[in-house]
Design a protein around this ligand. Structure first.
Ligand code: AMP
Length: 467
């Protein structure tokens, strides 16, 4: 996942404004990554950077924003896909290029040929200090031939494979880049004289910016005092926005390629009610991500919507905790169940996805412990059977419960009275897209670019790390 933002202020702007805007836009993207956060800012000469482990609100102080200053800034909030969760891998990363000075980069996605590219660069003597694919991307750009950043980007980017929405800051320009399929979102906004780019539209709204347009798949957008200019176009012959952005990753307050995430999740719930009806007394969501889907299910089925689980907003996503044991405990830590709503009731519980299958069992148990007489699990996406190589930390294939078990075995495993998954067609139609415009590989195994199936999150970790 990861959230990225970029700000370009015209010359006359308040010099702390860019870092401040980056900070508040990152706040709105906290759901995309909670491991570390960072901002790099420039005043047109120097690059300054603050990055630490933790949540956006914990990472930056008022003093940091003052020190960062800058007319232009980029920001990043991290959820690791390649490279472990440690400070060296936090972003933005800064590299120095011969003749052109410093470049800071923030990356959302996963560069699947990073290992090969890194080997090639290491053979030429390029030192690597992290296990992150982002450093490989930064060095690919920095070490390319070319008199300008535009030239180097144009040469380096076609060599990258996979998913990469990027924000890149140099002392003289901000760049916003999307991979040729447009797997991860990125949009452009305007606030007064400032230009903003962000992973999601919700970040623009948070700071009072107006949505201008999505950065197009394969587009390299350069922004400076002359405004945004598209300097290169590497678009593929098809599009491939990650459908899981609609299912889970993106905020319900965002629009993806013009489609409201809230509305697409409501439609998923409605279709789920058509595909998997069952007699029951209440429909409840697993908060927060499944709330609109449960609203849609309830509306279509005519069964009342109630809140039966209350999420503690101050506990992060359970998925982030590393061991299955901790993850299991995380469910009880994270939700309180409401006896009043559940006691004596046949309950339909709607969740957005089942990944490893370690959350659903404890949820079913919790509902029964609070009096539910029947628990019917409904899931707003098809079974996840294939690993994601494009920026979602979904576990290895063997850890995905649906890659090992059929639906009936999963039902028994989680202890539900019935289990219904949304069909692929139902999910795709709900997003307003078609299978030809979306990446659905985690459900179908249909990867849009060839992948090495053994590629792991720590694939760059085993490399000798040079100082
Ligand atoms: P699991 O126990 O692995 O089946 O977790 C499924 C739950 O985690 C669902 O309730 C989802 O809302 C949530 N989830 C799905 N995908 C992810 C992800 N990539 N990162 C964090 N949480 C996720």
């Amino acid at each position: 996942m990861c959230g990225i933002v970029g700000i370009w202020n015209p010359e006359r702007a308040d010099p702390t404004e860019a870092a401040r805007l980056a900070f508040f836009s990152l706040y709105a993207l906290q759901h995309r990554g909670q491991e570390s956060a960072g901002i790099a800012a420039t005043d047109g000469r120097d690059m300054r950077i603050v990055r630490r482990m933790g949540l956006v609100g914990q990472v930056f102080s008022e003093n940091d924003l003052g020190v960062l200053g800058g007319r232009a800034a980029i920001g990043h909030t991290r959820y690791s896909t390649t490279g472990s969760s440690r400070i060296q891998n936090a972003q933005p990363m800064v590299v120095r290029a011969d003749g052109l000075g410093e470049l800071a980069i923030g990356h959302n996605g996963n560069c699947i040929n990073a290992r090969d590219l890194r080997e090639g660069l290491a053979q030429k003597g390029v030192p690597f200090t992290t296990s992150s694919d982002t450093e490989v991307i930064a060095q690919m750009i920095a070490r390319e031939d070319g008199a300008t950043w535009d030239d180097r980007l144009e040469r380096a980017l076609p060599k990258l494979q996979g998913a990469w929405s990027l924000v890149i800051l140099t002392p003289s320009a901000l760049y916003a880049v999307r991979d040729p399929l447009g797997v991860r979102p990125l949009c452009l906004g305007r606030k007064g004289d400032a230009w903003l780019v962000a992973s999601e539209t919700c970040a623009l709204e948070t700071v009072g910016a107006r949505f201008v347009r999505d950065v197009a798949p394969g587009e390299v957008l350069r922004i400076d005092d002359r405004g945004p200019v598209s300097v290169a176009d590497f678009a593929a012959s098809r599009r491939g926005l990650c459908v899981f952005e609609h299912v889970y990753l993106a905020s319900v307050a965002s629009d993806l390629e013009g489609v409201s995430v809230y509305a697409s999740r409501e439609r998923m719930g409605e279709t789920l009610a058509d595909e998997h009806p069952v007699a029951a007394d209440v429909v409840i969501p697993v908060p927060d991500s499944a709330i609109p889907a449960a609203v849609g299910y309830a509306r279509r089925s005519g069964i009342p919507f109630r809140e039966g689980l209350i999420k503690n907003r101050y506990i992060g996503r359970t998925f982030i905790q590393p061991s299955p044991e901790l993850r299991r405990q995380g469910v009880a830590l994270k939700y309180n169940a409401l006896h009043d709503v559940l006691d004596g009731k046949r309950v339909i519980v709607v969740d957005d996805s089942i990944v490893r299958g370690s959350t659903s069992g404890p949820i079913v148990e919790l509902l029964r412990a609070h009096g539910a007489t029947e628990v019917h699990m409904r899931v707003c996406s098809p079974p996840i059977r294939h690993q994601c190589f494009f920026g979602v930390d979904m576990a290895r294939r063997d850890d995905l419960i649906a890659s090992r078990m059929d639906i009936e075995s999963i039902r028994k495993h989680i202890g539900a009275d019935s289990l219904g998954y949304l069909s692929l067609d139902g999910m795709v139609t709900a997003t307003g897209g078609t299978t030809g415009e979306l990446c659905t590989a985690c459900f179908t195994g249909d990867y849009l670019v060839p992948v090495q199936l053994e590629l792991a999150k720590d694939s760059l970790e085993a490399e000798p790390v040079k100082a």
